[in-house]
Ligand binder design. Structure first.
Ligand SMILES: *[C@@H]1O[C@H](CO)[C@@H](O)[C@H](O)[C@H]1NC(C)=O
Ligand SMILES: *[C@@H]1O[C@H](CO)[C@@H](O)[C@H](O)[C@H]1NC(C)=O
Length: 146
């Protein structure tokens, strides 16, 4: 499955990324990264972050397979198990951090289809805060120097 994801990755990369979904997450809150497919009983759902190829979440043989999950996502990801058979492969991420920003791929593989879709995750709240802090530091420096 890993090889096939990478293959799809290189194939989809050459296409214009018109299908990217933008998701704004609030710092420290939970966030849902949407992904859907044609419902099927036998499905592999593979979430990873394209930006650094970090392994985020894998679901196959009707269960989570998190042995190789990147440590920054430990205990923070979950799927809506009761909705998977209906084609809902959305990922829930809790305690959103600024480092979570990036492009994620949801790679779906069933008997009838194999496809990847992309979600761009942006974190709100923290940036404004950082910007404010930065502005006040500049202000303090400015008033000290001049
Ligand atoms: C994840 O949860 C398990 C069980 O609740 C806990 O033992 C472990 O320390 C947690 N890991 C992290 C990185 O929070
Ligand atoms: C999947 O299920 C969750 C939880 O009920 C819901 O919030 C989300 O909108 C659903 N996503 C899709 C693509 O159906």
């Amino acid at each position: 499955i890993y090889t096939s994801s990478l293959l799809s990755l290189s194939l989809t990369w050459s296409l214009p990324d018109v299908a990217d979904t933008e998701v704004s997450c609030v710092f420290m809150e939970r966030c849902i990264l949407p992904c859907s497919f044609q419902g099927s009983t036998e499905v592999h759902i593979h979430w990873f972050r394209l930006t650094d190829i970090h392994f985020v979440h894998l679901y196959k043989n009707n269960q989570d397979q998190l042995k190789h999950q990147h440590k920054s996502f430990r205990n923070r990801t979950s799927l809506f198990k009761d909705q998977i058979s209906r084609g809902n492969a959305s990922l829930q991420l809790t305690g959103v951090k600024v480092q979570d920003e990036g492009t994620y791929e949801c790679f779906i593989s069933t008997i009838s289809e194999s496809k990847g879709s992309f979600v761009n995750l942006k974190v709100e709240g923290m940036r404004k805060h950082t910007q404010k802090t930065y502005n006040s530091i500049v202000f303090v420096l400015y008033s000290v120097l001049f």
